[in-house]
Write a protein that binds this ligand. Structure first.
Ligand SMILES: NCc1[nH]cc(CCC(=O)O)c1CC(=O)O
Ligand SMILES: [Mg+2]
Length: 322
């Protein structure tokens, strides 16, 4: 035997020299939930270790993360039912607490990178990402609301807006809306290939944003499809997206790899709520070593081709490598 691959595995030093993939705190965007009020920190029941923070405590949380080297955050609002309506009007109300939260975070930490979500669901009384009319989710009529929402978020200080609703034509529409409003430098991270996944449930618990009727299959992609992700990617590139995102991550590593091979844009992957909760739950039961499984899972997402990982594990990862 002349070829013995095991020689390169014989010691920790050699193993670490030949490591092909390395995770860094710089790879991460940490999704964080914000609620109205003061001095509030509520744990999401289906996401142990993940909280909804009022703005004052959100600032503290972000400061802690910044000190750990996490510099990018995706902030999501949880609104009470009485603030929701059919047209998600609260989403672009300049007085609304979410926009204030973005403004305060950006003022306190100008060097942080703040991403926001552009979709109707946290503000929609129907719990859908678009306007619902006779059981249909309207595409073009929804774009106008998304445009107002994106401009309001950019105005509040968002560095990157993340259209997450899978409406057609939204990247072009938002690019134009932002440019006309003078926000030429606001980036767009498109949720390019976002699947109609059962892994989003804990997130919908966190925001109380589950659809009141029906599902999201007429806008989010069928988990069976791969070619369709290429169509979505091509359109988002043409429409002016700065980053392409795949979501969820772990059950869609092939999609991450495919987009990486077919686009020169940076690829992001969203390691979603259910992927987090599964590992946490098995860890709590003592069935898995959740820390090791976390590291292995995050590594697999990067190995597949994602240069940016949105993950609820971001802070824990940073604490671990500190
Ligand atoms: N458009 C809303 C949105 N933005 C991010 C997620 C899910 C994130 C997660 O599960 O962590 C969702 C839920 C959905 O599409 O129903
Ligand atoms: Mg699309």
């Amino acid at each position: 035997m002349y070829r013995r691959p095991r020689r390169n595995r014989k010691s920790p030093v050699i193993r670490s020299m030949i490591e092909e993939t390395r995770l860094s705190v710089k790879d991460f965007i940490f999704p964080i939930f914000v609620i109205e009020g003061n001095n509030k920190k509520e744990e999401v029941s289906s996401m142990p270790g993940i909280y909804r923070h009022s703005i004052d405590l959100l600032l503290k949380e972000i400061e802690e993360c910044m000190n750990l080297g996490i510099k990018a955050f995706d902030i999501f609002p949880a609104y009470p039912e009485d603030k929701k309506d059919k047209y998600a009007s609260e989403s672009y109300n300049p007085e609304t607490f979410y926009l204030q939260a973005i403004h305060q975070v950006k003022s306190a930490f100008p060097e942080a990178c703040i991403m926001t979500d552009v979709a109707m669901d946290p503000y929609s009384s129907d719990g859908h990402d678009g306007i619902v009319e006779n059981g249909k989710i309207l595409n073009d009529e929804t774009l106008d609301i998304l445009g107002k929402m994106a401009v309001a978020q950019a105005q509040a200080g968002a560095d990157i807006i993340g259209p997450s609703d899978m409406m057609d034509g939204r990247v072009a529409y938002l690019r134009e809306s932002l440019d006309i409003a003078g926000f030429k430098e606001t980036s767009i991270m498109s949720y390019t290939a976002k699947y109609a996944s059962a892994f989003y449930n804990p997130f919908r618990d966190a925001l109380d944003s589950a659809p009141k009727a029906g599902d999201k299959k007429t806008y989010q992609m069928d988990p069976a499809n791969l070619n369709e992700a290429l169509i979505e990617a091509e359109l988002d590139e043409l429409e002016g997206a700065d980053f392409l995102m795949v979501k969820p991550a772990l059950a869609y590593l092939d999609v991450i790899k495919l987009l990486k091979e077919n686009s020169q844009l940076p690829i992001a992957a969203y390691n979603v709520s259910g992927e987090y909760s599964m590992i946490k739950a098995a860890g709590e039961k003592g069935w898995l070593d959740s820390e090791k499984v976390m590291l292995e899972s995050l590594l697999s997402i990067k190995r597949a081709g994602a240069s940016i990982i949105l993950s609820y594990f971001a802070k824990e990862f940073a604490q671990l490598v500190k």
